[in-house]
Structure formats: C-alpha cells, structure tokens
Design a protein around this ligand. Structure first.
Ligand code: APR
Ligand code: ZN
Ligand code: ZN
Length: 375
C-alpha cells in the first residue's frame, strides 16, 4: 500500500525554457487535506504545454511537470475529500469547480476562482508543491501535471468518470476536445440550419466542427493554411474547406461573398489576432457571433472597427468550452460511451511518456492532431 507514503516514480521534468523534457525519477508526497493523488494512465499533449516550455509564457515557472490532458485512477485521498475515493477513474481539471465561489454560483460562467492564485504560481492551494527531484522542489502545472506516473491535484480539480470509459481516449476531454465542442454548444449556442466557419483545423477546430454538426449547423466551412487538414476536417463535419492563401483578397471578404452576407457563427482556433479579426468580420451583420478560443501570445491585442459591433456582430470567448467542469466532464464521457461524441479519430499518434519530446515535435510541425502517451 502506498497511501500516506512518498511515491518515487517516473516523470517528464521541464527544467527550463526550450530544453527537452527530461525523463527521470521524482518523489510525489502524499495528498494533504482536500487533495487527491492520482496514478496517471494516459496523457495527451496540448499547445499550452508547448507554449510554457517555449519560455514565451510570462507566467511560466521552472522546473515544472507539464501536462494537463490526462486520465488516471485515484491512488489515495487526503483528509476531507468526499467527491472521489481510491480506485475511482478520474480526469484532472485545469478549470476546477468548487461550487461555492461567485463564479461557480453564476450559471453564466465556468471560471472557478477558488484556487486560481496558487494554481497560477505552480503550487497546491496551501502554497507548497508535492513534487521533488533529488530534494529539489518541482512546480505543478495548470493544477494537473499529467506528465508523471503520479500527480497530486486539489479535490475541486478532479472529475469522477464512468469506469467503462477507456482512459486512453477520454483523457482528451481534459482540454482540447471539450474546449472546442463546448465553444460551439455553450458559448456560441449554434442553432439548427445555421452556417459556421472555423479558423484552424487542429484538435480544437475539429472539436468545434463536431459541436456545430451536433447542434444542427448545415454549412460548416473549415479554414486552414495547411490543406492536409481538409480531409480529416470533412470527416469531422466540415462541409467545405478553404485555404486563405489561395485568394488575393481578405478571407472575410471571400466568406461574405460565399455566404450571402456572412456567417451565423465563426470560431478562431489558432490564437492569431489577425485571424480573430477576420473571424469577427466574416460574421453576418445584425446577428453573427464570433467566438475566440485560440490563445494569443502574452501582450497581444485584438482590433476591429467598432462599426462591426454597432451593426450587430457579437465578439465572445471562452475557456474550457464554458463547461462547469466537474458537472460536465462526466457527462461528456457518457456522450462518448453512447457514441454521440467522437474521440478516437483525434488520436493520430499513440506513444509512451518516454517519447514526450517527440510528441511535442509532432504537435509543433502540425503532423499530429493529438498524441496520446501511455504513462
Ligand atoms: N490561417 C489559417 N490557419 C492557420 C493559420 C492561419 N494564419 N495559422 C495556423 N493555422 C492552422 C494550422 O495549420 C493548424 O492546422 O491552425 C491549426 C492549429 O491547429 P493545432 O496547431 O493542432 O492547434 P490546436 O490543438 O487545435 O489548438 C488551437 O487553441 O489551444 C489553443 O492557442 C492554442 O494555438 C492553440 C489553439
Ligand atoms: Zn490544453
Ligand atoms: Zn468555484
């Protein structure tokens, strides 16, 4: 039995910006009050991991254990934990849900504030870390740190899911897929027979396409400069795909012509402030809604003419697809099990935690949609 004891296990440690992650042994302390120690079984690799590793994230701290799209099994729980117990299958949540803060009490948002300050500083809610490597403190990441055989998270940051769900698939619900799918369903509230356009056909954009299709959109235009994404995009529900580089005028003008005045809903899934502008301006006058999902670099700003908004276009954004995480992730898992939500087709590469640097490379070159690592 490992409960109450330090666990020595393998993890991928990021020692500094732009350095390859180092696979090595770390010590994981037992969970304290309202904390949960999880045996991570699978983790996917997402852009925020790469962004922090790039050193461009001004809030990035090192050394750190990255990873935030994971699935695992509860090994032990600290005092006061009531929502999970050892043996439960869980998904760690970088957007927690405490149920008590003013954000949790407001149905309009999913941005729980309970542990935001400490999570941003890479520590547990009591201000300390559970990870050490040869005695040196290692920081947590996004309240998850899934690039490790064992991790410790706050109890508000863990969703208990159906044990029948394969963790190598439903780990994707920890970030990208939920984010895109929810942006269409919760944030845009796409309606039946509507028209949509999606900038960026990576994992997030493809999940938006699934959401638009599920909501009954009849025109779903995928937009990407990498045409090798078009085939898979059609599989995920895009009815047509276009490459902005093939036109000698702004893509918003092309789309407005193609759609008799613009789209009902547009989504930016790249993190580029220029395409955010294009997505807003491609919306139909009077009612078009544009949702920003991609994360732009620190300090960047968006712009458009205010006239665009005065004439009825709406500019929105969301994090984690607007899902209240602990309530919603178990339901998304059920949707997967019922066959209503595709996950398998996002996984282009199945690797091992030892191959995490290769997985990051596959993400940066655009070769992968999602790599899932066995931990
Ligand atoms: N115009 C059109 N498409 C573009 C452009 C551009 N200017 N720049 C990049 N793309 C395309 C890429 O070719 C790629 O197919 O956007 C897609 C982005 O996909 P991924 O890199 O796989 O990213 P994804 O995991 O989907 O995440 C999208 O959301 O998580 C946030 O900000 C994060 O950048 C990330 C974004
Ligand atoms: Zn992510
Ligand atoms: Zn809360």
């Amino acid at each position: 039995v490992t409960a109450g004891k330090v666990i020595t296990c393998k993890a991928a440690v990021a020692w500094g910006p732009r350095q390859p992650l180092k696979i090595q042994m770390i010590d994981v302390a037992p969970p304290k009050e309202n904390e949960v120690r999880i045996k991570i079984m699978y983790t996917a690799v997402c852009h925020t991991d790469g962004y922090t590793l790039s050193g461009e994230d001004p809030e990035g701290i090192f050394p750190v254990i990255l990873g935030h799209e994971g699935g695992g099994i509860v090994e032990s729980v600290g005092k006061g934990v009531v929502n999970v117990q050892p043996g439960d299958h869980v998904i760690p949540l970088y957007t927690p849900q405490c149920g008590e803060c003013k954000f949790c009490k407001n149905p309009k948002t999913n941005l729980c504030s309970k542990i935001r300050a400490t999570q941003g500083r890479g520590v547990m809610p009591d201000g300390t870390s559970r990870f050490t490597c040869n005695g040196q403190e290692i920081f947590h990441f996004m309240g998850c740190s899934t690039f490790s055989e064992y991790t410790v998270v706050a109890d508000v940051s863990v969703a208990k899911i159906n044990k029948k769900a394969p963790l190598d698939k439903v780990c994707l619900l920890g970030c990208g897929v939920s984010t895109g799918y929810g942006a269409a369903i919760n944030t845009a509230k796409v309606d039946n027979n509507s028209s949509c356009a999606i900038w960026g056909l990576g994992g997030v954009g493809l999940a938006v396409a699934l959401g638009c299709k599920a909501a009954g959109a009849t025109k779903i235009i995928g937009i990407d400069i990498n045409e090798s994404k078009f085939e898979i995009a059609k599989k995920f529900g895009c009815t047509e795909c276009i490459n902005p580089k093939m036109y000698n005028k702004p893509i918003q003008d092309v789309l407005i012509e193609m759609t008799d005045g613009g789209l009902d809903y547009t989504f930016e899934c790249i993190g580029n402030v220029q395409t955010m502008r294009a997505a807003l301006e491609a919306c139909h006058k009077g009612w078009g809604t544009s949702v920003i999902i991609g994360v732009a670099g620190a300090g960047q700003e968006i712009s458009t003419r205010p006239f665009q908004l005065v004439t009825g276009r709406v500019w929105k954004g969301c994090a984690f697809g607007g899902w209240k995480s602990r309530d919603s992730v178990p339901k998304l898992v059920e949707e997967y099990l019922n066959g209503n939500l595709v996950l398998d087709d996002f996984i282009t590469h199945s690797l091992h935690l030892d191959d995490v640097n290769e997985a990051l490379q596959l993400m940066h070159t655009g070769e992968s949609i999602r790599s899932v690592l066995q931990v």
